[in-house]
Design a protein around this ligand. Structure first.
Ligand code: BTN
Length: 256
């Protein structure tokens, strides 16, 4: 299938009309040796997946992409690329939507319009971040879903779409092109200067830093103050009961 999109030459675009999950397809290609920059884009997904084992409802009209990356870094730095993608998407959206549309980030990698989620990112690696975090990262797949036209209702954290928020002129194609450019710029900055400039850009639009939040983990929910990101993007939570702040690498954040 051909696509009316033009990406920088660093990308290899794979266009699909319909697929179970672009992440699954990108992982399959990565295992077969697909090169860094292979980008799988589908018009719809029939078995889209979100973080924490949840589904990602994926009708036509939204953006679904998965990028194969082969960064020359240890596996423990993989999470930083989620922030690279979030700020790349935030800048892409800022270049396309009216200036008054409020774009925010929610830890770790969600993009919100106002206080409602418009985009999510799912990072997967062959071996996960454990058990050998110092081993070089052979490949990772960075999956992204953006609610351009549609959004799911009746989900735990409220969602929205660009169209609902008054940015209805944004097309999936324009967003894909803009994201590919801004992501490349930020990835190069990350390679040159490391995580600090990425973290600074993320914090400039982040919700909840310095405020009380809840973080739901698989077996408990913690309440405390979102102190800061650590040097690799983990959330530092000052617990209500005091003591050493908890370093959280995966979980669901709720405000208020
Ligand atoms: C989240 O839960 O916030 C992450 C959602 C990630 C969804 C995207 S859509 C493209 C890619 N393919 C998938 O199956 N999931 C990701």
């Amino acid at each position: 299938m051909t696509a009316a999109v033009s990406l920088p030459p660093a990308y290899r675009l794979v266009v699909l009309d319909s697929v179970g999950s672009t992440n699954e397809e990108a992982k399959r290609l990565a295992r077969e040796g697909a090169e860094d920059g292979t980008l799988v884009w589908a018009r719809e997904q029939t078995a889209g997946r979100g973080r924490g084992g949840r589904g990602w409802i994926s009708p036509r009209g939204n953006l679904y992409l998965s990028l194969v990356l082969r960064p020359e870094c240890p596996a423990w730095r993989a999470a930083e690329l989620g922030f690279v993608a979030a700020v790349g998407l935030g800048d892409a959206l800022a270049s396309l939507v009216p200036p008054l549309v409020p774009l925010n980030y929610k830890w770790p990698n969600d993009v919100l319009v106002g206080e409602r989620k418009a985009a999510g990112i799912l990072i997967e690696t062959e071996s996960g971040l454990r058990p050998a975090p110092d081993a070089p990262l052979e490949w990772m797949v960075l999956g992204m879903g953006v609610n351009v036209q549609h959004y799911p209702e009746d989900i735990e954290f409220p969602a929205t779409s660009l169209r609902y928020e008054g940015a209805g002129e944004v097309t999936v194609e324009a967003l894909l092109e803009a994201f590919s450019r801004f992501f490349m710029d930020w990835a190069n900055r990350w390679l040159d200067d490391g995580f600090p400039p990425v973290a600074a850009a993320w914090k400039a639009r982040a919700m909840g830093i310095g405020k009380n939040i809840s973080v739901r983990l698989p077996n408990e929910t913690l309440r405390g103050k979102f102190i800061d990101l650590d040097a690799n993007g983990a959330l530092l939570l000052g617990l209500e009961k005091g003591g050493t702040p908890r370093r959280i690498t995966a979980g669901d954040v709720f405000f208020g």
